[in-house]
Design a protein around this ligand. Structure first.
Ligand SMILES: [Zn+2]
Length: 669
């Protein structure tokens, strides 16, 4: 399963930060690369790279090469003509020497970049075909003058006839899930009924530990007219790319950090050789068990979202390095979790005597490929097979440097627009990154672990029903907010001063009172649990502190701002609301929980909403983000890899052309 960034500025915490500089380690790094159509291209760094040993870097490097070696697979999986079309685009961009100032050329380049971004001619998110704003004649002229080989008729039709293979994945049953989807998991002549009949025949429904049927194959009619699975494996479908993957994985298996990693890799290689799905399960069990070390990865045919029938996995690769800073933060909170529980504002009877922090893992990606790039998830939880998860466990990670890069790229202009004074902007700029990270860590490690139910009270799902998750997220946020202004945080060395906590208070109130409304269409109320809890917390504190002007609404030149006047009093209000929500949870008080959410978390101030939409719109930030990957460059000495350098390319198109030229192992067909 993957966790996706939300649309728009797209970070889970929605910091308003500035994209240019911060006072921290990454003050010189430019996160934003470019924007076109509805897409924003972002760069990211690999923090902690220098903490790895040369051998660890070598391990990462081989995994990264293995990931890239399969890049062509996702192009072919997404649509059968994608590789041919991409090669034509690459040829034109590389060779064309004619007029590059015309509107046609400009439109051609935008089209090409959109196709690169989506790994094919269908939009990565909406699944609809990307429309070229130039004619077929213009395209043919470009291709001819670039000495490219002509595309076949059907590929041209796919590019220029909007109704032909219009959707990558169609989930409208009236159009046929298989026939209506352009994705290349089923040959075009197959119907859904035939696919269903095939799987009904092969799936053993009584197997308590079933293989992931169809995960690594394409269904086609063979020469006898029967339906057959053509398996992705060495010597099979995508064999030439898979052989390259195996080549790099074998190198990786020689430089793992420990034996369990090596054992898992050997099974994975065996799986790519044979295509045997029993091996895939065996591999996943070994992978879940390999928990030691700083380096991990996802590699193979994994998520089935692109298959309208949910069988076949899209190729992806994500290389992960432990986030050392986040691990340190987490350990510090874990070591002190009982102190936080004892010093919380909740009633003594609701405090746990022996609280255990929640483990969550933050990693930094060193490179992504296939379906995970350029558009990427921000978190992943695998494996997908339910029986493996319940019997052997799973791994859940948050991609820290990706979340950070989204955050840093997102707010271009936002701070200027939504933060009123230079002083507040300066504090946000200096501390919002650390504040956001500490908020998340406190929320996850301490917040969700805190508090206990009264004896005999059912689970929140039973007692608080549809309000359970909003109240639980609100409760965890409040634990974080309450302690973010506690001197203990400074004492523990987690923050340099309480200014960090104040920056978080500013941003939480600003977001909860107004900024998050830009995600809603006019006329909508708030439905999503996190959005509800943020408004509930902010609006409750605004109302309760109104007499003392704890939070003040200011309207200046037609622009509304919510500003905190008294941070200590606001902390007191956070504590009070935390105590009440914990009481609601501990006692299972449905009516009180419902009243809180309905009165503070759901309704939208229509005028304020319209104002926020108008102010956000003029900032013109693309709704979808994707990433330029770092480039890993080995340093060789006497035939031995002694180091690996990281380069951070800044040109999206250049990276796409580099991948096409140097990491392409499938022929067009
Ligand atoms: Zn949570």
């Amino acid at each position: 399963m993957t966790l996706q960034a939300c649309g728009g500025e797209g970070t889970p915490t929605e910091q308003v930060s500035q994209s240019d500089t911060t006072a921290s380690d990454d003050d010189q790094f430019e996160y934003f690369a470019e924007q076109f159509a509805d897409l924003k291209i972002i760069r990211y760094q690999i923090p902690g790279w220098d903490k790895l040993t040369a051998k660890q870097k070598e391990y990462v490097y081989y995994l990264y090469e293995a990931g890239l070696a399969g890049r062509d697979i996702i192009w072919d999986q997404n649509y059968r003509h994608n590789i041919a079309i991409r090669k034509a685009l690459e040829t034109i961009i590389t060779n064309y020497s004619g007029d590059k100032t015309s509107e046609d050329w400009n439109n051609f380049m935008i089209y090409a970049k959109r196709v690169f971004f989506s790994n094919g001619i269908h939009h990565h998110y909406s699944m609809s075909k990307i429309t070229p704003n130039f004619t077929q004649e213009y395209f043919s002229t470009l291709l001819e003058e670039s000495r490219g080989s002509a595309l076949n008729e059907e590929a041209l039709k796919a590019m220029f006839d909007p109704s032909f293979d219009a959707k990558k994945v169609n989930l409208d049953p009236d159009k046929g899930l298989v026939k209506g989807s352009a994705v290349n998991f089923y040959s075009p002549d197959l119907t859904e009924a035939e696919v269903d009949a095939y799987y009904a025949k092969v799936i053993d429904k009584n197997d308590p530990e079933p293989i992931s049927y169809g995960l690594n194959s394409m269904l086609m009619r063979n020469s006898q007219g029967e339906i057959e699975e053509f398996v992705y494996k060495s010597g099979g479908l995508y064999g030439s790319a898979i052989d390259k993957i195996i080549y790099w994985l074998e190198k990786a298996s020689g430089v793992t950090e420990n034996q369990p990693q090596a054992d898992a890799l050997k099974i994975l290689i065996e799986y790519f050789r044979t295509g045997d799905l029993k091996k895939w399960d065996e591999y996943n069990i070994a992978w879940v068990g390999a928990t030691e070390g700083d380096i991990d990865y996802i590699q193979g045919f994994v998520e089935v979202y692109n298959d309208p029938k949910g069988y076949t996995g899209s190729y992806e690769s994500i290389i992960e390095i432990n986030d050392f800073d986040a691990s340190e933060r987490m350990k510090m909170l874990m070591d002190n979790v009982q102190w936080f529980e004892d010093n919380s504002s909740i009633m003594d009877e609701h405090k746990k005597k022996n609280v255990v922090g929640v483990t969550y893992k933050v990693v930094n990606t060193a490179g992504e490929a296939g379906d995970a790039s350029p558009s990427t998830p921000i978190g992943v939880n695998l494996p997908n097979a339910n029986w493996i998860r319940s019997k052997h466990g799973s791994k859940s990670v948050s991609l820290g440097n990706i979340v950070h890069a989204y955050d840093k790229s997102g707010g271009k202009g936002f701070a200027e627009e939504f933060i009123r004074t230079e002083e507040l902007r300066a504090r946000s700029k200096e501390y919002s990154t650390l504040a956001g990270k500490l908020h998340t860590a406190l929320h996850e490690v301490v917040g969700h672990a805190s508090g206990q139910l009264n004896p005999g009270v059912g689970t929140p799902k039973e007692t608080l029903k549809s309000y359970a998750s909003t109240l639980e997220e609100g409760r965890a946020d409040l634990v974080a907010l309450y302690f973010l202004l506690d001197p203990k945080m400074v004492e523990l060395g987690l923050m340099p001063s309480l200014e960090v906590g104040k920056a978080e208070y500013d941003s939480y109130i600003r977001n909860g009172m107004m900024l998050q409304l830009r995600r809603l269409e006019p006329g909508e109320v708030i439905e999503e649990a996190h959005m509800r809890n943020r408004q509930m917390v902010a609006a409750w504190c605004y109302e309760k502190g109104m007499a003392d002007k704890v939070i003040e609404k200011k309207v200046i030149d037609g622009k509304t701002y919510f500003e905190v006047n008294d941070y200590e009093k606001l902390r007191g209000l956070f504590g009070e609301l935390l105590r009440e929500i914990q009481r609601i949870k501990s006692e299972g008080d449905y009516n009180a929980g419902r009243a809180l959410v309905e009165n503070y978390g759901v309704q939208v101030d229509a005028d304020l909403h319209a104002e926020v939409l108008k102010r956000a719109e003029k900032l013109n930030s693309a709704p979808y983000g994707g990433f330029i990957n770092p480039k890993l460059v080995p340093v060789m000495e006497g035939g031995k890899m002694v180091d690996v350098k990281v380069e951070y390319p800044s040109d999206f198109l250049e990276q796409m052309l580099d991948y096409g030229a140097n990491h392409s192992f499938l022929a067009a067909h």
